[in-house]
Design a binder for this molecule. Structure first.
Ligand SMILES: Nc1nc2c(c(=O)[nH]1)N[C@H]1C(S)=C(S)[C@@H](COP(=O)(O)O)O[C@H]1N2
Ligand SMILES: [Mo]
Length: 404
């Protein structure tokens, strides 16, 4: 066990102690290595995963194949990053094929010096790199309904975490010279629907990225190649992909995706709009809906927590339906607005268990119960569900979604 850090070693010892020493009890001893005598496959120009690995995105079409969503298999994820090939996708008009040499970003409207820039020109500017979660405002929409999604992929998979590289938007805005009276930036994508969102100038001056890099290479076509907005902590819809226009205005556009969509009908008949902020949220990924426990014994219960407001401060776990809660271990470093992996040793003793996680972020915000959320927002909402998520582990080892 020499290769484990001191704290991991201590945890393994704790887990060992928790089950009376035999951490690997019941597993067969390896008597001899199976050493194949033939050469492996040759080197390759671009990597692929092992053919034994089968995790894939689950796709939901909304009318046509171009206008759907695909969901990250969170149940298969380890660590805190989402591989680019498994990043969730949400397209309103398919994935355009854009030649970066022909692409332009135009910054215009209430500015002193309008600019048209190539991607190469943007990449020459000082860049920053940040690991950030991107979550669709409609993630976990099924949780508002009485009959919830069957597994963590379908109910939580519209969230992924990547390392993004790009140029701060504030830098480009300083170059063009924002005119007095300008209060909004209207971002528009180059896809067939010309997706538009209105972004308050204060946020544009704060931490928005004109991103061209994802996990160490160019952004994938599905994620907005060659250029997209990355708006930290805000609903994914605002992070406009295939970005080709930024227009400074004194008013919001009231575009389709901020009025008809991505708005929340409240119980009193009024609609909340411009609900940009994503709140603290967490979910247990193992054990989770659709999985089957291989047997009784010691396991590591694990999952992901994140918050649009900053770092995750604490994740508590219940295995008795919410009667008692204990703190999970949090994987360091805990980056703001990024997936934080939590873990807890747990013994499945063959009795029904109702498990859930509850996250607290650095602002002190505590993830609410579904009931508390519904009491304020009713059940007309589609977006911004972040209630505590319960799974039932049945005596026979099957894991299901709790129906409310
Ligand atoms: N131009 C454009 N930008 C877009 C979209 C789109 O359809 N077109 N979808 C939005 C939505 S609803 C979300 S949740 C995120 C999804 O980003 P991803 O596909 O990289 O995960 O992009 C946003 N930006
Ligand atoms: Mo979205």
């Amino acid at each position: 066990m020499k290769h484990f850090g001191r704290s991991s070693r201590r945890r393994l010892l704790q887990m060992g102690a928790a089950m009376g020493g035999g951490l690997l009890a019941g597993q067969q001893k390896v008597l001899a290595w199976d050493t194949p005598g033939k050469l492996g496959t040759p080197l390759g120009p671009y990597g692929e995963r092992s053919p034994f690995e089968k995790a894939v995105r689950w796709r939901r079409e909304s009318g046509t194949p171009e206008t759907g969503s695909s969901f990250t298999p969170l149940q298969d994820s380890v660590g805190t990053l989402t591989p680019s090939s498994l990043h969730y996708e949400r397209h309103h008009a398919g994935i355009p094929t854009i030649d970066p040499a022909k692409h332009r970003l135009v910054v215009h409207g209430m500015v002193d010096r309008p600019l048209s820039m190539t991607v190469a020109e943007i990449r020459r500017l000082p860049s920053v790199t940040r690991t950030l979660v991107l979550e669709c405002g409609g993630n976990s929409a099924s949780e508002w309904a009485a009959r919830t999604g069957p597994d963590v992929q379908r109910s939580y998979g519209l969230a992924s975490c990547s390392e993004w590289t790009g140029v701060p938007l504030s830098l480009v805005l300083a170059e063009v010279g924002v005119r007095p009276g300008a209060a909004w930036v209207i971002a528009e994508g180059a896809d067939a629907c010309r997706m538009e969102r209105s972004i308050p100038l204060a946020k544009a001056m704060d931490d928005i990225l004109l991103a061209y890099g994802q996990n160490g290479e160019a952004i994938r076509p599905a994620q907005g190649y060659p250029l997209r907005l990355i708006i930290p902590g805000w609903e994914g819809n605002t992070s406009v992909k295939w970005l080709h226009s930024l227009k400074l205005t004194d008013q919001a556009y009231m575009a389709r995706d901020e009025t008809a969509k991505y708005s929340d009908l409240m119980p009193d008949g009024k609609t909340r709009i411009f609900t940009y902020q994503m709140e603290a949220k967490s979910v247990i990924t193992f054990p989770s809906g659709g999985q089957t426990m291989p047997g009784r014994g010691l396991y590591e219960l694990t999952g992901l927590a994140w918050s649009g407001r900053g770092r995750i401060e604490r994740v508590e776990i219940t295995t008795d339906g919410g009667r008692s809660w204990v703190n999970a271990q949090l994987q360091e470093p805990r980056l703001p607005i990024a997936f934080t992996r939590f873990r807890l040793p747990w013994r499945f003793d063959g009795r029904d268990a109702v498990i859930a996680s509850r996250a607290t972020d650095e602002s002190g915000y505590i993830q609410p119960t579904r009931e508390a959320l519904v009491a304020v927002r009713g059940t007309n909402s589609i977006y911004h569900f972040n209630g505590i998520k319960y799974w039932t582990v049945k005596a026979d080892g099957t894991v299901t979604n709790v129906e409310v």
